[in-house]
Design a protein around this ligand. Structure first.
Ligand SMILES: Cc1cc2nc3c(=O)[nH]c(=O)nc-3n(C[C@H](O)[C@H](O)[C@H](O)COP(=O)(O)OP(=O)(O)OC[C@H]3O[C@@H](n4cnc5c(N)ncnc54)[C@H](O)[C@@H]3O)c2cc1C
Length: 353
């Protein structure tokens, strides 16, 4: 059982900054995220895009913002459960909560903060009856480590940028790459389409269009992929296939959180924005893109603000008898749990006094 003061579901920018705000109050945080890396939408969807509306940064790449947030929270040593989805929540007699993930990891905390953004990103799966039998046994929906495919026989399906770009990349890594797309035209960028066609001409990509993967075969692991041509209904089997990678995009879903008894409006969690971003379940807060209230803006800076307010309320909930006096970080510095302290600059303190 992982124990912490504040359990944060979602390691997007909002969840990460909440660790910092909680750390200033000496509250320890643990984060759960369904993705294998922190950063939420910034890391998963647009790491190389510049953001222009983070206060104090005229321009910052989304990926760099996440790197900076991770650096900023380092002194507070947050724990991470990555690659697991928060599945169930159970209220204990003392008012605390146990949150269990889809892989069975249990987390215990007096306060739960949902910073789940648009929800957990789930891969769109093709309608192949037995596909789940081969998940992690040859079927992958996300390419995390391209080197895993070195000298392997790979079949990719999809017609967007992701399928095209990975087919191009893996053409130099895998022993054989087939790209299967159900139409003759691709949705991806024109230069990627041209590159795939060039690689197909020189035999580095086996391009199969107007066709779909309709069946997977294998005993313990994936062994062959059956492809059906749409017009002729002719079947072709690619034998001794190591990996089948359907890249049809990721769709965000509020998922299991929708069944936790929270008040939901238009796929978002209703919160009390007049006070502390608490939900209808006392002790459960919702901050960032996942919440809704009159005038809500789904912006990173709004998530940061909500995180700061939430932490003050969470502190009072955890320590009802203690009074917290807010201090500027210029005065208090940033004191980590290991005792390391970034000293406040004396001149700044003087100028405030
Ligand atoms: C292309 C694009 C450009 C954008 N540009 C800007 C911009 O310029 N400025 C700006 O302010 N905003 C921008 N945004 C919006 C911004 O990215 C979001 O407001 C921000 O990411 C919200 O942060 P968050 O932490 O609340 O949620 P998210 O970033 O969505 O993170 C939520 C995390 O929670 C996880 N999660 C959800 N449910 C569960 C569960 N049950 N178990 C485990 N994990 C779970 C998800 O996997 C995800 O990692 C842009 C968005 C996009 C898509």
């Amino acid at each position: 059982m992982i124990k912490t003061d504040i359990l944060i579901i979602g390691a997007g920018p909002t969840g990460l900054f909440a660790v910092f705000e909680a750390g200033l109050l000496k509250l320890k945080c643990h984060l759960i995220d369904a993705l294998p890396q922190p950063g939420g939408q910034c890391s998963e969807i647009y790491p190389k895009k510049p953001i222009y509306d983070i206060p104090g940064f005229p321009e910052v790449l989304a990926g760099d913002l996440v790197t900076n947030l991770m650096e900023q929270i380092k002194p507070f040593e947050p724990g991470f459960t990555l690659g697991e989805r928060a599945q169930t929540i159970d209220k204990q007699e003392d008012g605390s909560f146990i949150v269990t993930t889809n892989k069975g990891t249990k987390h215990h905390a007096p306060v739960v903060v949902i910073a789940g953004g648009l929800g957990s990103f789930e891969p769109r799966k093709p309608p192949i009856a037995n596909i789940t039998d081969f998940e992690d046994k040859g079927v992958a929906y996300i390419i995390r480590e391209p080197e895993d495919y070195r000298d392997k026989k790979v079949v990719i399906a999809g017609g967007g940028d992701s399928a095209l770009d990975w087919a191009i990349y893996l053409a130099d890594v895998a022993s054989e790459v087939s790209l299967v797309h159900r139409r003759n035209d691709f949705r991806g960028a024109l230069d990627s389409v041209e590159k795939v066609e060039e690689l197909s001409k020189i035999g580095k990509i086996n391009l199969i269009t107007n066709a779909e993967v309709t069946d997977l075969k294998g005993e313990e692991e994936l062994d062959s992929v059956v492809i059906t041509h749409k017009d002729s209904a002719r079947e072709k089997e690619i034998k001794e296939t190591d990996y089948f990678i359907p890249l049809f995009g990721l769709s965000p879903k509020l998922g299991p959180i929708a069944d936790w008894g929270l008040e939901i409006e238009k796929n978002a969690i209703k919160v009390d924005n007049a006070y502390d971003y608490q939900t209808n379940i006392p002790g459960v807060y919702a901050i960032g893109d996942v919440n809704t209230y009159p005038g809500k803006l789904k912006l990173i800076l709004c998530g940061f603000h909500e995180a700061a307010i939430m932490c003050q309320s969470a502190y009072q909930r955890i320590f009802p008898d203690k009074k917290y006096v807010m201090k500027y970080t210029t005065v208090s510095g940033v004191s980590g749990f290991d005792g390391s302290k970034k000293e406040a600059k004396k001149e700044v303190v003087k100028s405030i006094n």
